[in-house]
Design a protein around this ligand. Structure first.
Ligand code: AMP
Ligand code: ZN
Length: 114
């Protein structure tokens, strides 16, 4: 999508610290990290959020999660643990309307989340 922030990062039209890319996803460092490891994994396909994902996107969503696990291993937080978070809508605080999975790790986290 032309004016979407995360589409623009994926297309290198805006700066972003990209740490991984393949045919279907891009991962980059969160601009405002909430933990020592905070990476966003996005599908290259523009989906505003989880509600827009269709049956045909199931493999893509699974791939996004598996890339998160691989990046967690690359950053050596697999054993200590990490969290993947996908915020949807106002109560969850979604602020960017291109589906993105947060990979957060490197410190203990509380449950339930705030
Ligand atoms: P959410 O609240 O789930 O929509 O999260 C959006 C995330 O995008 C936040 O953690 C922001 O810090 C992050 N963010 C916003 N703009 C940028 C950007 N230009 N580059 C990297 N991360 C960003
Ligand atoms: Zn987009």
């Amino acid at each position: 999508m032309k004016h979407c922030l995360f589409c623009q990062i994926a297309r290198r039209e805006r700066p972003g610290r990209i740490v991984f890319e393949d045919d279907s996803v891009v991962a980059f460092e969160d601009l405002n990290p909430q933990a020592p490891v905070h990476i966003l994994i996005i599908p290259k396909k523009h989906l505003a959020g989880l509600d827009e994902a269709a049956a045909e996107d199931e493999a893509l969503l699974g791939h996004v999660q598996r890339v998160a696990a691989q990046l967690a291993a690359d950053r050596s937080v697999s054993r200590s643990g990490y969290r993947t978070v996908l915020n949807v809508g106002p109560h969850a605080g979604q602020s960017v309307f291109h589906l993105h999975l947060h990979l957060i790790g490197g410190r203990p986290m509380r449950w339930p989340p705030g």
